[in-house]
Design a protein around this ligand. Sequence first.
Ligand code: HEM
Length: 254
Amino acid sequence: MKHKLRSFLIVPAFILVTTLSGAALAQDHSNHTGNQGQCKGCTGQGEMKGQMKGQMKGMMGQGEGQMQNMQTIHALFDQHDKITRTVKNTETGVETLTESDDPKVQALIAEHAWAMQKLLENKQPIRQWDPLFAELFKHADKIKLQITKTPKGVKVVETSSDAYVVKLMQAHAQGVSEFVKEGMPSMHKTHELPGVKKEEKAFLGRGDGITTCPVTGEPINKDFSAEINGRTVYFCCASCRDAAKKTPELYLKQ
Ligand code: HEM
């Protein structure tokens, strides 16, 4: 799997870099005067190659780094129930303590915290589809992370002189606590920016759950029912019943 993923990242990177470098070389050679080894482009060939190798290494390094970050994050989600976490908001930011009795998980937490600090310092964003993380990285230069190893994990003190960024850091710390509490189901949840009210989900109820299905409005089938909000609610089929059990507020008024 790791090898497949690596080739998935490296091959396109390689094609991209060689294409770009080929174009750069061709371009440089356009002012070649015909005397072997005389023009600037030629003499710079070695240098240019060196630069391109450096660029390619950098891109591959980044790809591999992000892959390692995601593997650590997945492992943290897998073992979220072995993690304890406390969060204290301060005037200039937030203080968190994230620990575990399992030495392997302790190492994962520390590895992750330091890796994320590096991403912030290098302004290398992660999880850009999540508004809160995208905004956090936009203000990465205003965030100071102080990570201290503890016997069972890490203590992190995050500070900023910018009041808005303080709110972002506090919201992010709550987001991490949600990851620890809920595990994988929370991995794909987006987090609104502080102060932005989560959009009220539209009420989708179409039936009364007595004669008509709350989800579809179709006539109910007595075989499909569930106890919701302290009453027996009937549905037209199993998937409607399951959908309503999962998010009753969307289909049933209290
Ligand atoms: C169970 C899962 C996770 C755990 C236990 C965890 C743990 C931590 C800890 C301890 C910190 C240091 C700051 C703090 O304590 O708030 C941190 C920071 C960070 N984490 Fe995670 N994390 C998890 C999931 C994720 C995920 C899914 C992402 C994004 C893909 C992520 C990205 C970050 C970033 C960017 C930071 C630095 C930003 C900041 O602290 O303001 N984490 N995480």
